[in-house]
Design a protein around this ligand. Structure first.
Ligand code: ADP
Length: 474
């Protein structure tokens, strides 16, 4: 099927096509109206003509019909002579035919009821096939009934119609040309902003994501399109920036342990060493490898989470048992630092979430608490219902606390508080961002507060099962 490439051409063609259809319907309508109108006029004229003729006729002694002498030059009679005129008896005997009709017949013998009780009108043809419109009526002339017929050539009507249609048809190419031109211009002007947008969009690449499309008028559809496109660009720019930062940070994180492994290895290789020293070196290299592994695992979790590849396997499980399990993983560290760990809360309160990821979130928070709390300090974990559909787990430590400025940012990826870093406790800055993702992916919330006397309290809230219906929020 013929389908022009450009929207502009397509719209113009549609425009002209629709106009042509409307015009065709209009022409048919005008013709019908014209025909109907001319027939009405004709019938009125015929009535007048018949009356005139009737008034001028008389019977001659020989039984034929004649026209009064004194009216031969009357204008009414002259007008009547323009028509085709026939006077006959009801039995078909011709009494009179005017000069115009000559000896042609018009309509043949009268049909039953012709001209009785009003005018009869019909289409007929003369004996020489000239099509006419025939109007007839019966009159009483000097005591005898005669039928007077007056005919009008149909050409009269057709010629009139043809002339009118011709004028309309001759004018239509002009109308089409005008419409096409105006339409083309109008569509062009409407589509101009689209072209501009396309040109601008073409220039936007990953290096120029800060550019935006021009928004000419924000109220209309095209303005809306540009605004939507621009906000999409903003989101893409943001994701790109995030990705760039993530990649840079990740490489940086991985470089440090790798550099450490290398330098430790190189130094040890240069000067001979005892088996004990080699074991030491391998031990510290393995420590770095462990750090690397943990960073890589965290990165993998985060990138799979970003890609939406992680499906939550929701189940209901008791929260207290899970916290106890997480603490058990850190038992050695807790004992090393002689920390006091206490867990309080109802054993039966359940959480509806993915157990594996909630455990990971809790382990990360506990791990930090253990890392940052000085030897001999304490860690308190408590489980409390919040209303009857949410439970809060708070983990409080007696570490350095977190200042307000950092509190909003510690959940960001790779964010670490520099002054809190003490050699062995170096982390990748990913633990809390994983906790945040895990809690939020399970319809929960996570946050932190710091007590004025130092120490920080991390809390997570999750959908709960088994909270007493009347329990008040803590
Ligand atoms: P890391 O793996 O480095 O611990 P996290 O994302 O777990 O990274 O934590 C980010 C930063 O938040 C840490 O570097 C630390 O400075 C701070 N932080 C986390 N938990 C605590 C805490 N209990 N007390 C003090 N600071 C903390």
């Amino acid at each position: 099927m013929f389908r022009p490439k450009r929207v502009r051409t397509r719209l113009t063609l549609w425009y002209v096509g629709t106009l042509a259809a409307i015009l065709a319907v209009y022409l048919v309508g005008v013709s019908l109206l014209l025909l109907w109108q001319m027939e009405t006029i004709l019938k009125r004229l015929a009535a007048e003509d018949l009356e005139t003729v009737k008034g001028l006729l008389y019977f001659e002694p020989d039984g034929q019909v004649g026209v009064r002498e004194d009216y031969h030059h009357h204008s009414d009679w002259k007008q009547v002579q323009e028509r085709l005129l026939e006077v006959l008896l009801p039995d078909g005997t011709i009494l009179y035919r005017n000069a115009r009709l000559g000896n042609r017949t018009v309509g043949g013998p009268p049909f039953a009821g012709e001209g009785e009780g009003g005018y009869s009108g019909r289409r007929a043809s003369l004996s020489d096939r000239t099509p006419v419109i025939l109007i007839s009526r019966k009159y009483d002339l000097e005591g005898k009934t005669v039928l007077i017929r007056v005919g009008y050539q149909q050409d009269l009507i057709w010629n009139e119609l043809k002339r009118t249609l011709l004028v309309l048809i001759v004018a239509s190419p002009l109308v089409f040309a005008g419409t096409a031109y105006a339409g083309y211009k109008m569509v062009g002007r409407t589509l101009d902003p689209v072209t501009q947008m396309a040109n601008r969009a073409e220039q936007i690449n990953s290096e120029r994501l800060n550019e935006r499309l021009p928004v000419e008028s924000s109220g209309d559809e095209l303005g809306h399109l540009a605004t939507v496109f621009n906000s999409m660009l903003s989101r893409i720019e943001q994701s790109f920036e995030q990705l760039r930062r993530f990649t840079a940070d990740a490489s940086h994180e991985l470089r440090t342990p790798l550099a450490a492994i290398r330098s430790v290895g190189e130094v040890r290789l240069q000067d001979g060493a005892t088996a004990e020293e080699y074991r030491d070196t391998i031990g510290s290299m393995l420590e770095e490898v462990n750090r690397l592994t943990s960073i890589v695992e965290k990165l993998l979790t985060l990138s799979r989470a970003d890609a939406g590849q992680i499906q939550m396997q929701v189940s209901v499980f008791p929260l207290k048992a899970l916290v106890r399990e997480a603490a058990a993983l850190l038992e050695v560290l807790i004992e090393d630092k002689q920390l006091t760990f206490q867990l309080t809360g109802d054993e039966n309160i359940g959480v509806e979430a993915d157990r594996l990821y909630v455990r990971q979130a809790v382990v990360n928070i506990l791990d930090n608490a253990v890392k940052f709390t000085p030897a001999g300090g304490r860690i308190d974990a408590s489980i409390v219902c919040q209303g009857n559909s949410q439970v809060q787990l708070s983990i409080r430590d007696t570490g350095p606390g977190i200042s307000a400025a950092h509190r909003t940012r510690i959940f960001d990826r790779f964010y670490r508080i520099e002054e809190a870093r003490t050699g062995a406790e170096l982390g990748g800055g990913l633990g809390l961002s994983i906790s945040k993702w895990a809690v939020e992916a399970n319809n929960g919330e996570i946050g932190v507060s710091s007590a004025p006397r130092g120490g920080s309290t991390f809390w997570i809230r999750l959908p709960a099962v088994g909270c007493p219906p009347t329990s008040a929020p803590a």
